[in-house]
Design a protein around this ligand. Structure first.
Ligand code: UDP
Length: 329
């Protein structure tokens, strides 16, 4: 069965392409390669270089007998979204509108959408459940929430179905070490800590030490990218089997501070990673931990790779083998 994967050459998309192959689906990648990597695509996977807003997407969907769409293609950097909101509204919101409309025209009725914990903003209750208040504090989160709303309206009025997966902190890499995280510029904690371990950066800067947490640094819920990938396959099966539209959180349910991440990275790498203590980063909530009970009980999902040493170990494996990321830059 053919599944279109937009952004399939990106970090989470490329891991999900492999999970689809393993589950017996035929993924077809649609990526404009503005940020994706040709080197992340497994041999033999059909790949179409096209923007999600391109009117030709209707023909791609029809000609390839697509049964469902996994929609990853998006800009995803919080900081950038606050500097340059226009590209987030254009690429994420307008682009997704065109994609969703192309799907309606082509009669493709099932969407698994890559959403984010950023739709919640600063949470009032930890762990965060799906019915928590949706109040994003940055443009990136707002664009993802707008797309969730669009999918919800299309679902209730036109009858398509979707699952929005709200990821917490995606990290780690495929156990093979052949694909992993490669953003430029990189802004995420774990790859930056590992770059410091490799000597590619002089140190890691801890953003804020005066948060209301045990050690004063921010707490996040890190989830292995391979566990995220499995959840997408389960969500697509659920929709194909007639499941109703809804959103699910995706996290491990465990929170780790920035200091704990650096400590674990020191253990995994054996490098005494240099640390500088800096100011808070604007817009960072102190603690984000997911309740993922809904996806566990409804889809039978279970995070199998999200123990912290494994997440950092797999990321380290990728970084050591590919210190400059993919070779297509
Ligand atoms: N962080 C940090 N130094 C860095 C990058 C990130 O201290 O160089 C902190 C950041 O403030 C947050 C956590 O690490 O508390 C995770 O940040 P990341 O950007 O990886 O993910 P986010 O939680 O923003 O999605």
């Amino acid at each position: 069965m053919n599944i279109l994967v937009t952004g399939g050459a990106g970090y989470i998309g490329s891991h999900t392409v492999r999970a689809l192959l393993q589950a017996g689906f035929t993924p077809i990648i649609l990526d404009n390669f503005s940020r994706g990597h040709h080197g992340s695509i497994p041999e033999g996977v059909k790949t179409i270089e096209m923007d999600i807003a391109d009117p030709q997407v209707v023909n791609v969907l029809k000609d390839n007998d697509i049964k469902g769409i996994m929609h990853f293609a998006a800009h995803s950097q919080v900081g950038e979204s606050m500097q340059n909101p226009a590209i987030y509204y254009e690429n994420n919101v307008v682009g997704s509108y065109h994609l969703i409309e192309s799907a309606r025209k082509a009669g493709v009725n099932h969407f698994v959408f890559s959403s984010t914990a950023a739709v919640y903003g600063e949470p009032k209750v930890i762990p965060i459940q799906e019915n928590a208040e949706l109040s994003p504090t940055n443009v990136y989160g707002r664009t993802k929430l707008m797309i969730e709303d669009m999918l919800k309206d299309y679902s209730s009025i036109y009858g398509s179905t979707y699952v929005a997966l709200r990821y917490f902190n995606a990290a780690g890499a495929d156990a093979s070490g052949t694909i992993g995280e490669d953003h430029s510029p990189e802004t995420h904690l774990i790859p930056l800590v590992l770059d410091a371990a490799l000597g590619k950066r002089p140190h890691i800067t801890v953003f804020g030490t005066d948060y209301d947490t045990l050690d004063g640094t921010c707490i996040r819920d890190y989830i292995h990218v391979s566990d995220l990938a499995t959840a997408h396959v389960l969500a697509m099966r659920y929709l194909l089997d007639g499941g109703a539209s809804r959103s699910f959180n995706l996290g491990s349910g465990n929170g780790f501070s920035v200091k704990a991440i650096i400590e674990t990275a020191r253990e995994v790498t054996g490098v005494d990673i240099p640390v500088v203590y800096g100011e808070r980063r604007a817009g960072d909530p102190s603690t984000l931990i997911a309740s993922s009970e809904a996806i566990k009980s409804i889809l039978g999902w279970n995070p199998e790779h999200s123990e912290l040493h494994q997440i950092i170990g797999d990321a380290w494996h990728w970084h050591q083998q590919h210190p400059n990321g993919f070779d297509d830059k």
